[in-house]
Design a protein around this ligand. Structure first.
Ligand SMILES: O=c1[nH]c(=O)c2ncn([C@@H]3O[C@H](COP(=O)(O)OP(=O)(O)OP(=O)(O)O)[C@@H](O)[C@H]3O)c2[nH]1
Ligand SMILES: [Mg+2]
Length: 200
């Protein structure tokens, strides 16, 4: 029996890792994949840019450089774009959450009627043969006063349009994964990895 090929997910974010493992796992009637996901919690430098694909690609190239070529690796970068702010904070949301806290982020939109936002996850996968592949998922929603546990980033202030009026933080993980930007982006990576062993 040959052992499963390892694919490395480089992230320092335990909440992302948990969701991604769930999303990439085989569903009930799917055979087990020929790979396993392993985590490397490298602290990668992040490009300061508006271009989400450029940020994720730079992150992945850095991971390949650190881990060495020939190993399949992926990273993801997640942004929260406010309509009223022409897409900002975008990838900078991490620093807004860290420095200001959720209540002040909600307050930033108070003068405006439009509380629309979109969550975007951009994945870059390096296939071990020198090719980079990009996948992106988007979920639209509204910024609301914090509801639910505040254990993951801005989950408690983002209410997806397609949910049942709940914030991400109030939803069961499996329900969040069905409609989330991460669920959508990783469904594409899953398809790509499951449908050809050449891709690993
Ligand atoms: O409420 C949330 N629901 C989500 O679904 C979600 N996904 C990411 N985030 C947060 O948004 C920033 C992204 O920054 P980010 O992509 O650079 O991540 P990170 O630096 O934490 O990890 P990584 O870069 O090592 O993978 C970080 O503050 C994350 O905590 C989320 N918050
Ligand atoms: Mg990061």
């Amino acid at each position: 029996m040959t052992s499963a090929r390892e694919i490395i997910f480089v992230t320092g974010n335990a909440n992302k890792l948990k969701e991604v493992k769930m999303i990439l796992a085989p569903s009930e009637n799917e055979p087990s994949p020929s790979f396993t996901i392993v985590n490397e919690a490298l602290d990668l430098e992040e490009l300061q840019d508006i271009d989400l694909e450029a940020i994720a690609l730079a992150k992945c190239k850095q991971a390949v450089q650190i881990l060495g070529p020939g190993r399949p690796v992926f990273v993801e970068d997640t942004a929260l774009r406010f309509d009223e702010f022409n897409g900002l904070p975008g990838a900078y949301i991490k620093w807004f959450v860290k420095s200001m806290g959720l209540a002040k982020i909600v307050q930033m939109l108070q003068p405006f009627e439009n509380k629309g936002a979109e969550a975007v996850t951009t994945i870059v996968y390096a296939d071990g043969k020198g090719q980079y592949h990009t996948f992106q998922g988007i979920t639209r929603g509204t910024i609301v006063d914090s509801r639910g546990p505040t254990t993951f980033g801005w989950d408690s202030i983002f209410q997806p349009i397609e949910g049942k009026g709940q914030t991400y933080a109030e939803m069961e993980k499996k329900d969040k994964n069905l409609i989330s930007q991460r669920g959508r982006a990783f469904a594409q990576l899953k398809d790509f990895l499951y449908n050809s062993s050449d891709n690993q």
